[in-house]
Design a protein around this ligand. Structure first.
Ligand code: BGC
Length: 751
C-alpha cells in the first residue's frame, strides 16, 4: 500500500488524532490503514527505554542499556568515525528495545559555560557540532532507527527554557545557531527534528512558521517530521500551521480536537493537516521498514566501545615534567584521593539519564593495573551530602596524610550531580570549595599530583591548575569512564581528546556573561557572532586552555602544507609526523580568516578537521576539504548565503592557539553589487556600477564646488557621503528633483 492510499481513507478526526502522541512515547496507529505506531525513546547517549512510569525528566527508571559517554566527551574525540560507531551501537540497542526513533543528537551551541545541559551538546562551534551530528545521525539511521535532531533552535540555556525568547540577530542566528542544524539536515536527513521549548525572536519554536517552514523546509528542503519537545506545544493549531507535525506526548485528545475544529471552521487550512499527516505516515512506514524484531546486542562489546569512546574523549590539559603516564614497574607508591574515584560521576541528569549495563570505577581499575604497587585511597570529601563516617575535616586529614606518604597522588575532583542538570543552569563555574581546599592541602605535602576531572561542562581551573603538574579532563565518561581513566593514567591508552569549548580564565571573560540568562522573558544574544573562541580571539583574551587544545604522551610535527582549489572550495593537505615515542592520535584543525571581507568576520573560524593515528616515527598526510558552502557568510540584505571573492587565509595546527602552518587561496565569486535605493547613502550610490555614474552626471557641478572646500575623504566630505539619496531632492542648491531620483531607481532596478 502506498502512503497516499493509506491516508486516503482516513477521516478528519483520524488525521487530527495522528498529530498528537498516543501516549508518552508512541504515536497513533491505524493498523486497518496500514499505519503503525512509532516508538520513541531518549537519547542521546544511551537508550532510556521505559516500560512503565514514563517521564521526560529522568525521574523513573528505565531498562538497562549501555551508557555511552555523553556528547561532551564523545565530541571531545573530534572523531566522526567514532561518533558513527557509537551511534550504530545505539541503533542496535534501539532495535533490541523495539525503539524506532532515538531522541538525539543534541547539537545546540554551548553559548555559555553555565548552561546546565552543556553535557548533552557537542561544542561551542557550529562546524564541529554539525560534523559530529552528521556522523551520529548517519550511524544511527544506518540501523533502521530514526534520529531526532534537537533542540531546534536556540535552546542554549535551561533557565526559563519553556518561555524565554532567544533574541538573536540574523547573522549569528544563521551562522552560529542554525548552521549545525542546517548541516545535519542537508547531509544526513534525520527522520525527525525536535523543536525546542523556547521562543526564537519572540515566537515559540513550536509554532514558528519562519523557523519550521521558511528555514527548515523551504530553504533546507527538509521533508521529515517535526516533533515537539515533550510539552512544548502552546497553541496546537498555530503549531500545525507553522509546520510542527507531531505534538508529544499525548495531550489527552486536546490537541487533536482543536486541530479538527480549526479545519472545520476554516481557521486551519486542511492542506496543512494533510501535509503533516503525509509526513507522519512516511515516518510510520520508515519505522516499519526499518524495524528488526529479535535484534540482540552484545552488552560486553558495547561496554568496550563505551570505554574506547571515553578514552578518546578525555583531554590531557597539562602534563608538566611528563608526570603521566604512571609506570607500575617503578614501584612508586600511588595514592588515589577523591570520592569520584570510587563513586563515578559519569552522566548528566534529566531526560538523557540511562540505567547502565555495567559501571566501572577508576579506583578498582587503577588497583587492577598498578600491579604490586599498593594503591591506597581516601575519599577526601563528600559529594552532595552523601553520608560518611568521618567528619569533613577528618576526611581531609586522612587524605593529606596518605598524600604525604605517597610518591604520586591521583586526585579525582569534579562537579557533584547537584551542580549541573537539564532544567537549570549553574551560576558559577567553580569546583566546590571543599575540593579546591583539599587540593591546596595535598599539594602542600606532595607536589606530584595529577588531577582527574569529572564534569559535564567546563570548570574554572585558574587559581589551582598552576599548582599541579598534570590535569586530565575526563568529562562525564559514561559507564566505562572509570576504566578508561585508568588506561590513560597508566599509558595503556594515549590521550587524544581536544577541547570543544574554551576554558576561560574566569566566568566574567565568557562571551555571554553580560547577557545570560536574560530578564523579563528575553535573552539578548548581544555577543552576536562572537561565541566561544571567536570571542576570546576577537578580544585577544588570555584563556586557561584554548578551543582545540589537548596533549598527548607523544608529539606531532607538521610540515608541507598544500592548498588547492576543489569544486569551488579548497582542499588542504598537510604532512604530520609522530615525533615521539608512542603511538597516538592527532586532531589536525584548519581555521580560516577572511581578510578584507565587507562584513565583520571572526579572527578565525574552524573550517575543517581530521584525526590521524600514527605510530612512533610514522608520517601521514592529512587532507581536509572545505566545501564552497563553508566559505559563505549570511548576507542579511540579500537574505541568503554568499561567498565573497577574497583571498582566504588558512592556519593549520593542533589547537586554535597552536597554529603551525599557513596558506591562502583565492576563491572566485560573482562581483558583489550592494543593492541601493532611496534610503541608501550618496557614498553607497557612488560605489554602484550603474547608479554611481548616473548620479554623478546629475550632481557633478555641485559636487565639484563642494569638494573644492571639502576634499574627498575630509570630514565634510564624509558628511556628504553619509547623506541619504532621498534627501538630495530637498537641498535647494542641488539640482536634483524627485523625478530624477525615480529615474535613478528605475535605472538600477533594471540591473
Ligand atoms: C527534553 C528532550 C527529551 C524529551 C523527552 C525533554 O524534557 O528537553 O531532550 O528528548 O524531554 O524525554
Amino acid at each position: 500500500m502506498t502512503n497516499a492510499t493509506k491516508t486516503a481513507e482516513l477521516s478528519l478526526d483520524q488525521k487530527a488524532a495522528m498529530t498528537s502522541g498516543a501516549g508518552w512515547w508512541d504515536t497513533v496507529a491505524y493498523p486497518e490503514a496500514g499505519i503503525q505506531s512509532v516508538i520513541m525513546s531518549d537519547g542521546p547517549h544511551g537508550v532510556r527505554f521505559q516500560e512503565a512510569n514514563a517521564d521526560h525528566l529522568g525521574l523513573s527508571s528505565s531498562a538497562p542499556a549501555t551508557c555511552f559517554p555523553p556528547a561532551v566527551a564523545l565530541g571531545s574525540s573530534w572523531d566522526r568515525g567514532l561518533a558513527r560507531r557509537v551511534a550504530v551501537a545505539l541503533g542496535r540497542e534501539s532495535q533490541f528495545f523495539g525503539v524506532n526513533v532515538l531522541l538525539g543528537p543534541g547539537i545546540n551551541i554551548k553559548r555559555s559555560p553555565l548552561c546546565g545541559r552543556n553535557f548533552e551538546y557537542f561544542s561551542e562551534d557550529p562546524l564541529l557540532s554539525g560534523e559530529l551530528g552528521v556522523a551520529w545521525v548517519n550511524g544511527l539511521q544506518s540501523q533502521g532507527v530514526g534520529a531526532s535532531l534537537k533542540h531546534f533552535a536556540a535552546n542554549n540555556q535551561e533557565t526559563d527554557r519553556l518561555t524565554v525568547s532567544a533574541d538573536i540577530a540574523m547573522r549569528p542566528l544563521q551562522e552560529i545557531y542554525l548552521r549545525a542544524f542546517r548541516r545535519v539536515v542537508l547531509e544526513a536527513k534525520p527522520w525527525t527534528v525536535m523543536c525546542s521549548y523556547n521562543r526564537v525572536n519572540g515566537v515559540y519554536a513550536s509554532q514558528n512558521p519562519w523557523l519550521l517552514t521558511e528555514v527548515l523546509r523551504d530553504d533546507w528542503g527538509y521533508d521529515g517530521v517535526v516533533v515537539s519537545d515533550w510539552g512544548a506545544v502552546v497553541d496546537r493549531v498555530k503549531g500545525l500551521a507553522a509546520g510542527m507535525d507531531l505534538e508529544m506526548p499525548s495531550s489527552a485528545g486536546n490537541g487533536p480536537s482543536q486541530v479538527a475544529a480549526a479545519v472545520r471552521s476554516g481557521a486551519l487550512d486542511a492542506a496543512a493537516l494533510d501535509r503533516s499527516v503525509a509526513r507522519l505516515v512516511g515516518l510510520a512506514s520508515k519505522s516499519g521498514t526499518g524495524a528488526r524484531p529479535g535484534t540482540t546486542f552484545d552488552a560486553a562489546a558495547n561496554h568496550a566501545l563505551a570505554r574506547e569512546a571515553a578514552i578518546r574523549g578525555a583531554v590531557l590539559l597539562k602534563n608538566d615534567g611528563a608526570l603521566l603516564p604512571l609506570d607500575p614497574a617503578t614501584g612508586e607508591k600511588i595514592v588515589v584521593l577523591g570520592e569520584f574515584a570510587r563513586t563515578p560521576r559519569y552522566q548528566g541528569a534529566g531526560s538523557s539519564k540511562v540505567e547502565p549495563t555495567y559501571l566501572d570505577n577508576a579506583l578498582d581499575a587503577i588497583r587492577g593495573l598498578a600491579g604490586n604497587a599498593g594503591v591506597s585511597f581516601s575519599p577526601g570529601f563528600t559529594v552532595d551530602g552523601a553520608p560518611e563516617s568521618l567528619s569533613d575535616s577528618a576526611l581531609r586529614e586522612e587524605a593529606v596524610a596518605l598524600a604525604a606518604a605517597a610518591d604520586v597522588v591521583l586526585l579525582f575532583l569534579g562537579l557533584p550531580a547537584s551542580y549541573e542538570s537539564e532544567g537549570f543552569d549553574r551560576d558559577h563555574i567553580d569546583l566546590p570549595q571543599d575540593q579546591t581546599e583539599l587540593l591546596d592541602a595535598v599539594v602542600a605535602v606532595n607536589p606530584r599530583v595529577a588531577v582527574v576531572l569529572a564534569n559535564g561542562a567546563v570548570v574554572r581551573v585558574s587559581g589551582w591548575a598552576e599548582k599541579v603538574p598534570a590535569i586530565l579532563e575526563g568529562w562525564l565518561g559514561g559507564q566505562a569512564g572509570g576504566s578508561a581513566t585508568a588506561d590513560l593514567l597508566f599509558g595503556i591508552a594515549n590521550p587524544a581528546g581536544r577541547l570543544t569549548e574554551t576554558i576561560p580564565l574566569r566566568l566574567e571573560d565568557s562571551p555571554a556573561y553580560l547577557d545570560f540568562p536574560g530578564e523579563s522573558g528575553h535573552v539578548n544574544y548581544g555577543e552576536g557572532l562572537f561565541v566561544g573562541y571567536r570571542h576570546y580571539d576577537a578580544r585577544k583574551l588570555a584563556v586557561s586552555f584554548p578551543f582545540g587544545h589537548g596533549l598527548s604522551y607523544t608529539s606531532f610535527e607538521y610540515s608541507d602544507l598544500r592548498i588547492e582549489a576543489a569544486d569551488g572550495g579548497a582542499r588542504l593537505t598537510v604532512a604530520v609526523r609522530n615525533s615521539g615515542g608512542r603511538a597516538g592520535h592527532e586532531v589536525v584543525q584548519a581555521y580560516m580568516r577572511a581578510p578584507g571581507s565587507r562584513v565583520q568576520r571572526p579572527e578565525r573560524e574552524l573550517k575543517g578537521f581530521a584525526t590521524i593515528e600514527l605510530q612512533p616515527g610514522e608520517t601521514g598526510d592529512v587532507t581536509i576539504t572545505v566545501p564552497r558552502d563553508d566559505f559563505a557568510f549570511y548576507d542579511t540584505t540579500a537574505a541568503t548565503w554568499l561567498v565573497e571573492e577574497l583571498e582566504y587565509g588558512f592556519q593549520v595546527g593542533a589547537s586554535s592557539r597552536d597554529l603551525r602552518l599557513g596558506a591562502s587561496i583565492q576563491i572566485h565569486s560573482e562581483a558583489y553589487i550592494a543593492p541601493v535605493d532611496k534610503e541608501s547613502t550618496i557614498g553607497q550610490w557612488l560605489s554602484h556600477p550603474v547608479g554611481g555614474p548616473a548620479l554623478l552626471r546629475l550632481i557633478e557641478p555641485v559636487l565639484a564646488t563642494y569638494r573644492a572646500g571639502a576634499p574627498e575623504g575630509s570630514p565634510r566630505d564624509k558628511m556628504l557621503m553619509g547623506t541619504r539619496l532621498g534627501q538630495l531632492a530637498q537641498f535647494p542648491v542641488v539640482p536634483v528633483t524627485e523625478e530624477d531620483l525615480d529615474a535613478l531607481m528605475e535605472l538600477v532596478s533594471r540591473d
